[in-house]
Design a protein around this ligand. Structure first.
Ligand SMILES: [Zn+2]
Ligand SMILES: [Zn+2]
Length: 382
């Protein structure tokens, strides 16, 4: 076995003084070296598997041996094992990996394709992918491999797609703190629908937008649901258009000390500021209760901002009026600058269109809007 030089930590700290270009080159060559060692690992692993070398360690399978003795996760072990088996059938790919001509990730794309179609059918496909692997990143190489796979094995491609479709699912749960957590998988077409819709809602990142990509994607997903609900085209539930339902006491809206939180259906307790934001532009039903909290009367449901007033507001504002924001009207709520709960009138001069993000910034975020010059608004941070 080849002896390896131990790492020289003193030398590693000196690296901080290297110019970035030299450091970049060093990283590239280090990566090549690591990837080439993966070829060596794969070749030896294939022999070890054939000899059932793991039995001498008391392990019943090679995967168990990799987990216990190489401290590998099951997924990493499976990847190495498939790689080891396939590289034995693909000597050109194995050599290219060992010589640092292709990376581990690109070799993985080739071996995965070979595993899917069978090494014997791979035939002329291997040199094509190998040449591409020297030029492309793993993402582009995967696209090329999928095309090649389809041309060699159309039935297999269709089967994979159907399997991916069968494994679709979204896991949605709520934590005790009320936060929703989800995870899921979509088949390629489903993913393409979602990605296309999210991209359209995210739009290009604007100057001054401090949200990172994850936050922007989360906001876009919520906006997708919000706009779908607001359009009123979704199927009715219990004879009503689906909508958010908030139950809140008057004292909570008024910010009275000791008032309980509001209750948002599906989400649980939400603070008074959130209730005020939702109440700014909503359908409102007043319910009177007696001292025990038993409902004794239900008023008529009305829009806090009528459809006619909303039309006038849209005609005047045309987009979110937060300084620098031009989010179109579909994205906006009507915001009472002097809240109706606190006695503010629901008239045009007291209303302004705000997109969901800025409406939230004004209520929960504590920003204040004041009048600037030429009818523009000025936003003052808390
Ligand atoms: Zn508001
Ligand atoms: Zn806005």
């Amino acid at each position: 076995m080849r002896a390896r030089e131990p790492l020289d930590y003193e030398h590693m700290y000196e690296l901080a003084e290297l110019p970035d270009s030299a450091l970049g080159e060093e990283l590239i060559s280090l990566r090549r070296e690591i990837d080439a060692r993966e070829a060596e690992f794969a070749a030896k692993l294939a022999v070890f598997e054939r000899h059932k070398g793991y039995l001498a360690y008391g392990c019943l399978s090679l995967l168990a041996w990799l987990r216990w003795h190489c401290r590998m996760r099951l997924s990493s072990g499976k990847t190495r094992l498939e790689m080891a088996r396939q590289l034995e059938q693909l000597p050109s790919t194995a050599r290219a990996l060992a010589e640092g001509q292709i990376t581990f990730d690109n070799a993985r794309v080739i071996t995965r394709t070979a595993a899917a179609v069978g090494a014997e059918r791979m035939g002329p496909g291997e040199p094509i992918l190998l040449e591409a692997a020297k030029e492309l990143d793993p993402g582009l190489l995967s696209v090329a491999a999928a095309h090649l796979r389809h041309s060699i094995d159309p039935e297999g491609s269709l089967k994979d797609l159907n399997d991916a479709h069968d494994r679709r699912g979204i896991w949605l749960s709520q934590t005790f703190g009320g936060v929703f957590v989800f995870d899921g998988r979509l088949d390629p077409e489903g993913g393409a629908y979602l990605q296309t819709a999210l991209n359209a809602l995210m739009g290009p990142k604007k100057q001054g937008d401090s949200r990172d990509a994850c936050e922007r994607r989360a906001d876009a997903l919520v906006e997708l649901a919000r706009q779908a609900l607001n359009r009123g085209k979704l199927p009715q539930v219990a004879g009503q258009k689906p909508h958010l339902s908030l139950i809140v006491r008057k004292e909570t809206l008024e910010g009275a000390p000791g008032a309980e939180a509001a209750d948002l259906e599906w989400a649980g307790a939400v603070p008074g500021e959130t209730a005020l934001r939702i109440a700014c532009d909503c359908s409102l039903t007043e319910i009177s209760v007696d001292k025990q909290g038993t409902p004794v009367g239900v008023g008529r449901t009305r829009r806090t901002i009528s459809a006619r007033l909303r039309k006038a507001l849209v005609a005047r504002d045309r987009h979110c009026r937060f300084p620098g924001c031009d989010m179109p009207v579909d994205w906006t709520d009507g915001h009472h600058r002097w809240h109706w709960v606190l006695g503010g009138p629901t008239v045009l001069w007291n209303l302004t269109l705000l997109c969901s993000r800025h409406h939230r910034l004004v209520h929960e975020g504590g920003w204040r809007l004041s009048d600037g010059q030429n009818g523009e608004l000025v936003a003052v941070p808390p």
